[in-house]
Ligand binder design. Structure first.
Ligand SMILES: Nc1ncnc2c1ncn2[C@@H]1O[C@H](COP(=O)(O)OP(=O)(O)OP(=O)(O)O)[C@@H](O)[C@H]1O
Ligand SMILES: [Mg+2]
Length: 254
């Protein structure tokens, strides 16, 4: 269970996330919606540790994470899509994903150093990386350098790297933003597949209400940094506070 308690951050006088208390259970996909500037991305940054909270706590399975660095939180099982600036731009797509798989597996089990294990590990890592690339439909780009990728493929690679981490908690922040209409279904299929693994906790920030309606088990609404609604999708979408709070989004999706 991922839990935030009274999570708050101020930027100067502006409270971007205001005392948000919420728990996210394994096997649940929670959509986080709200107007532009509501604090959705900031909330993710507080959970992943990219931003330091002014007040409040984050915990995973009862373990406090608030004092941990972003990489320590990743190690604890929090998966946030990578910023591509963290990658090796002159290595290929496959090499980058293989390194991410390797980093994850190295944490899981260490072998003594012998030629057989190096060779068999290398083969297993490559196969796993290739599988992940197939899952996000990036196989045709496997041997392209990251620096050469068009935007849509960069977004797919971000998701591929998240998969490679095998986290307990997946945080997707508008995963299909900037993709061509033809590319988005691959990512949405992948999230759909992830949902079938009932041990995963999935958080999805998404403006497209048709996507939210289809994928979400639960919707929470942020408005001016405050949690204003939380519940079953149909119920939340119909609630007056939501209709009022983000009429703009409803129009956009229509
Ligand atoms: N590093 C920062 N310094 C100062 N203000 C910030 C910073 N990051 C975010 N903010 C402010 O916090 C508020 C919430 O921003 P945030 O990006 O979390 O919104 P959002 O809900 O993700 O919006 P969108 O739907 O447009 O992505 C905004 O008013 C934003 O300007
Ligand atoms: Mg945002």
């Amino acid at each position: 269970m991922l839990e935030t308690r009274d999570l708050t951050i101020r930027f100067g006088g502006h409270v971007a996330v205001n005392s948000v208390s919420c728990a996210f259970a394994p096997g649940t996909l929670t959509a986080i919606v709200g107007p532009n500037g509501a604090g959705k991305t900031t909330y993710f940054n507080l959970i992943s540790g990219q931003l330091k909270a002014t007040a409040g706590t984050v915990s995973l399975d009862g373990q406090p994470l608030s004092h941990l660095s972003p990489s320590a939180r990743t190690h604890a099982g929090l998966g946030r899509a990578f910023q591509l600036t963290n990658l090796f731009p002159n290595l290929t797509v496959l090499e980058n994903v293989r390194l991410a798989v390797q980093a994850t597996r190295a944490g899981a089990h260490r072998h003594g150093l012998n030629l057989w294990s190096i060779w068999s590990d290398h083969k297993a890592l490559t196969e796993r990386a290739e599988q992940i690339l197939a899952d996000v439909a990036l196989e045709p780009r496997a041997h392209a350098t990251v620096a050469s990728l068009p935007h849509g493929d960069q977004r797919k690679l971000e998701v591929a790297l998240l998969m490679a981490l095998e986290p307990k908690v997946f945080m997707f922040d508008e995963p299909t933003a900037g993709m061509h209409a033809a590319e988005a279904p691959v990512i949405l299929d992948l999230i759909r597949k992830l949902k079938q693994d009932k041990t995963k906790t999935i958080l999805l920030v998404e403006h497209k209400m048709d996507v939210v309606r289809e994928l979400a088990d639960r919707i929470i609404v942020l408005h001016n940094g405050t949690l204003v609604a939380d519940g079953e999708p149909a119920e939340v979408i119909a609630s007056p506070v939501v209709q009022e709070a983000y009429l703009g989004i409803a129009k956009e999706a229509a």
